[in-house]
Design a protein around this ligand. Structure first.
Ligand code: CA
Length: 221
C-alpha cells in the first residue's frame, strides 16, 4: 500500500512518514499543494493524507481538483483545529474522512486501515491461503502453524501477494505499491526482497507459494 502525505509542517510530515513506514507502508511526502497535486496525478496511491492549510494550493481545493480529474483515491484530511466548518468543507470537496491535529498515531493508523478497507478489495484483517496465514492487526504470519518473523517490508510485500493470488504480479506493480518514490527502478531490490520472503515462507515446505515468471514477474499461489 502506497500513501501520499501532503503536509507543509515538515515535522508532522516526517513523523507520519516514519511511523507509517514502520507499519510497512510505502510513503511519499509533498510539502505544498502544488507538489501534492503533481505526485497525486503522476503516481497511483492507495491513500492520500491531506492537510488543509497548505501553501500554493490549499487542501480543500486540491481535493476538489483531484475529484474533478477523476482521481478517486481515498483522502484523509488533517485539520489543525477542531473546526466543524473545515471538516464539512473538506468532506464536501470529496474527502473520505478527517482527523484533527494533534492526533494519536494509533488513531491515524486505524483510520487508514478503515479507509483502505474497500469492498472490492475485501480488505480483511486476516488473510489465509492454503496453510499460510497473515494477521494484519497483530502483524503475525504463520505457515503450517509455525510463526514466521518478517520485517515491515517483507510483511508489506507478502500482503501485496496474498491479496492477488493466482495473478501475475509485475515488478512495476510491486514498485508502485510497496515502495516509495525514492525507489530506484534499475536496481534489483524487488528480487532481493522476494528472495528474502521466499526463504522465510517457502523454505522447508513442499509446496512453494512464490513462483517466478521469467520476464514477467511473479505469481503467488
Ligand atoms: Ca498546514
Amino acid at each position: 500500500m502506497r500513501i501520499l502525505i501532503v503536509e507543509d509542517e515538515k515535522k508532522i510530515a516526517d513523523f507520519i512518514r516514519r511511523g507509517l513506514k514502520e507499519e510497512g507502508y510505502a510513503v511519499d511526502a509533498a510539502y505544498d499543494g502544488e507538489e501534492g497535486h503533481f505526485l497525486a496525478s503522476t503516481n497511483e496511491y492507495d491513500l492520500i493524507i491531506l492537510d488543509l492549510m497548505l501553501p500554493k494550493i490549499d487542501g480543500r481545493t486540491l481535493c476538489a481538483q483531484l475529484r474533478k480529474e477523476k482521481i478517486s483515491v481515498p483522502v484523509l484530511i488533517l485539520t489543525a483545529k477542531d473546526q466543524v466548518n473545515d471538516k464539512v468543507a473538506g468532506l464536501d470537496a470529496g474527502a473520505d474522512d478527517y482527523l484533527t491535529k494533534p492526533f494519536a498515531f494509533e488513531e491515524l493508523v486505524a483510520r487508514i486501515r478503515a479507509l483502505l478497507r474497500r469492498p472490492e478489495a475485501a480488505q480483511e484483517v486476516h488473510l489465509k491461503i492454503k496453510d499460510l496465514e497473515m494477521d494484519l492487526l497483530t502483524h503475525t504470519v504463520r505457515r503450517g502453524g509455525q510463526d514466521i518473523e518478517l520485517t515491515a517490508k517483507e510483511f508489506a510485500l507478502l500482503e501485496f501477494f496474498m491479496r492477488r493470488p493466482n495473478t501475475v504480479v509485475t515488478r512495476t506493480m510491486i514498485a508502485e505499491h510497496v515502495w516509495d518514490i525514492h525507489f530506484e527502478t534499475y536496481t534489483n531490490v524487488i528480487d532481493v526482497y522476494v528472495n528474502y520472503l521466499r526463504k522465510k515462507i517457502d523454505r522447508g515446505f513442499k509446496d512453494q507459494m512464490i513462483h517466478t515468471l521469467r520476464g514477467k514477474g511473479y505469481i503467488f499461489k
